[in-house]
Design a protein around this ligand. Sequence first.
Ligand code: ATP
Ligand code: MN
Length: 462
Amino acid sequence: MKKQSIADILQLKGEKQELTAYGWVRTSRDSKAFGFVEMNDGSVMSNLQVFVDKEVSAFKDIMPKLTTGTSLRVRGVLVESPGGKQNVELKASEIEILGSAPAEDYPLQKKRHSLEFLREIAHLRPRTNTFGAVTRVRNALSFAVHRFFQEQGFLYINTPIITGSDCEGAGEMFQVTTLPLDNVPKSDGKVDYSQDFFGKQTSLTVSGQLNGEIFACALGNIYTFGPTFRAEHSNTSRHLAEFWMIEPEMAFCDINGNMDTAEAFLKYIINYTLKHCAEDMDFFNKWVDKGRVDMLEKIVNSTFTRTSYTEAISILEKAPRDFEYPVKWGIDLQSEHEKYLTEEVFNGPVILSDYPRDIKAFYMKQNDDHKTVRAMDVLVPRIGEIIGGSERENDLHKLKARIKELGLREEDYWWYLELRKYGSVPHSGFGLGFERMVQFVTGMQNIRDVIPFPRAYQSADF
Ligand code: ATP
Ligand code: MN
C-alpha cells in the first residue's frame, strides 16, 4: 500500500478510517487526561493533529517524550476534529518513536528563529514552516518552467557545466583544474595548461547561452535549466556564486518575440504557483511580505510596460530625488534605479530595451544608430533585474567587427561565427535567474534563503 503523506491524509474528510502517518513533532500539548501532538512531514504547511488518550495504558507516560523534532509513526483512526481549527485529527491507537530529539539541545525550538541563525543550521532549516514553504514553491516554479516550455514545443537541452571557451565573459569565472596548486607546471613563466586535465584552461560555466544558440540554430526553440557559476565578490541579497538559470533560445525570433515569450513565461509560472501552492503563498503573504499575493495576481493580469533604456534614463534624470549613483546616458542601471522605475514610476514589471552597446555583451544585435544594441532586460519591483536577454547579432561581418573592436580573438569564437556563416537566422533568447524568481514570488529578502544550500563569497557550508 502506498504510504499516505499528511497532505493526502488532510484531504480525507474524517470518514473514520484507520491509517498510519509518519512525521516529526512540531509541538505538543499535554493535559491530565489526554495530549495533542502537531505532526508535520513537509508535504504541506498544515500539521496533522494527533489525539493521544492517556487512559490507554501504553500512552500513560508517553507525552513528555514527544518533544519538538521527534520522529514518529502513528497508527490510528482519522476522525472529524471537534477542535474547530482543523477538520480532521488522528486518534492514536499506536505510537512508535522512530527517533527522539532531546529537548535540551534540539536547535529548532518553538520560537521563531532568525533567518541568519537558520542559515547556520541548513541541515535542519527545511523542517521550519518558512523553508518548507520555500522548498515547495521552488519545486512548483521549476515544474512550471518545464511545463511552459514543453507546452510551447521547446526542447530541453543540457549545456556543459565545464567550459573550455573563455569567450563567455559574463562574469568572473571559477577555474577547473587538476594541476597541483603547490607546484604548478610552467613554461616560459606561464602556467602550462597543456598538462592540465583537458589540455587547456577550463572553467565552470557562467551561462549556457552560446551553446544553446547552436541548438536553436538547428532545432528552433530550445531552453536550458541548469547551474551557473559566477565568482561574485559582491555580498548582496541577490547574488550567489552558484545559481540556477533558465535560458530559452529561439530561432526566427526578433527582440519583440523575445519580449513576448519572457512576459508570457513569467506570468505563466507565477500563475501556476499561485494556483498550486495556495497555502504556502498565504503564509508568505501573511508572515513575509503583506500584499505579495495581490501584487503577483495583478502582474499575471497586467501588460508589462515596454520602453527603451534611453527613455528610462530621461525619466530617472527628471526624478524628484537623488540617487546614490548619478544618472546619465551610458551608465549601467543600479538596483536603486531599477526599483525606482518599477516601484514608483510604472508600478509593475518593465521591459527595457536598446541599451548602450558599451555596457552589453559583444553578441547582441547592433542597432543602426551605432550606439545601442537590441538588448532587453525585464525589471520587477523589489528585485530589479530578473531577466537579461537580447536579439543576437546574426550578421557575420558586424559580429566580427565587434569582436575585433573589443580586442577579443576571432579564433576563440570560430564555431560561434560559423553559425553566422552557414544558414544564419535571426534569433533571440534570455536568461532568468531562478533564485531571483523564487525571491520575487515568495518575498524572501535574501537570495541565500531561497536555495537549499547557498554558495556565496567566503561561504560554502553544507
Ligand atoms: P546583475 O547585473 O544583477 O548582477 P547580470 O546582468 O550580471 O546581473 P546576466 O548575465 O544578465 O546577469 O544573467 C541573467 C540573469 O541571471 C539575471 O537577470 C539575474 O536574474 C540572474 N543572475 C545573474 N547573476 C546572478 C547571481 N550572481 N546570482 C543569482 N542570480 C544571478
Ligand atoms: Mn543582465
